[in-house]
Design a protein around this ligand. Structure first.
Ligand code: C5P
Length: 225
């Protein structure tokens, strides 16, 4: 059985968010940023000084999180609410980014998140981005994309983005290192590790504009539905 779901997986900084958001908008699908959910859970644990190596404590804390995503504006990242607090900006902090893979590796945390994600996609009509969407969350998704770019290209794009925002403290080398570390942690975890689904279509964005990538994915989806 194929579900009307667009699944987009890929490594850190491949441009998944912009691409998935815009493709969702063009196709009339609901955008689901699963990374934002793991980030929200991580933010909550840091906020409550939970020992991230204590799985029982982390899962207990995450079970108290009521995460709400508002994705109405296709030109903005999803707004993220946790127990009625707006944490949209807070989940993008360096601290959350450096800790999120550790929290996301815990099976109990993944169980809680995946359960909610499947509920949101139960009727189809969803474009979801993450690391395990095509392999684990929605293996029956109608279209699966594996969005990649070289780690150098991904670090370069991120560096330029930060420069434009006036944040000049972090170097290109630091960003490259962070990206590689996060990808490795996500690939090496035991529970639903990050990898390409056998039936996913790989799209490498190194030499493509964002608009071209979105176009390509929208056409692929339309050709199947
Ligand atoms: O996509 P984003 O960079 O916001 O994801 C943050 C982190 O959340 C990833 O590095 C990964 O550890 C985790 N994640 C995951 N499974 C997903 C989405 C994100 O483990 N489906």
């Amino acid at each position: 059985r194929r579900l009307g779901i667009l699944a987009i997986d890929g490594p850190a900084g491949a441009g998944k968010s912009t691409v998935t958001r815009q493709a969702a908008h063009a196709l009339g699908l609901q955008y689901l940023d699963t990374g934002a959910m793991y980030r929200a859970a991580t933010w909550w644990c840091l906020q409550h000084h939970i020992d991230l190596t204590d799985e029982v404590a982390v899962v207990e804390a995450v079970a108290q999180c009521r995460i709400r995503l508002d994705s109405r504006d296709p030109n903005q990242p999803s707004q993220v609410w946790l127990n009625d607090q707006d944490i949209t900006a807070a989940i993008r902090s360096l601290e959350v980014t450096q800790r999120v893979s550790q929290v996301a590796a815990l099976p109990g945390v993944r169980r809680l998140m995946v359960q909610q994600q499947r509920q949101m996609g139960a009727q189809g009509g969803v474009a979801a981005e993450g690391r395990d969407i095509g392999t684990h969350v929605f293996p029956e998704a109608g279209v699966k994309i594996f969005l990649t770019a070289s780690s150098q290209e991904r670090a370069k794009r991120r560096w330029q983005e930060l420069q434009e925002q006036g944040q000049q403290e972090i170097t290109y080398e630091d960003l490259l290192q962070q990206i590689i570390e996060r990808d490795t942690a996500d690939q090496q975890r035991a529970c639903a590790p990050f990898r390409k689904a056998a039936d996913a279509i790989e799209v490498c964005t190194d030499n493509l504009s964002i608009a071209d990538v979105i176009d390509k994915i929208v056409h692929l989806y339309r050709s199947r539905y």
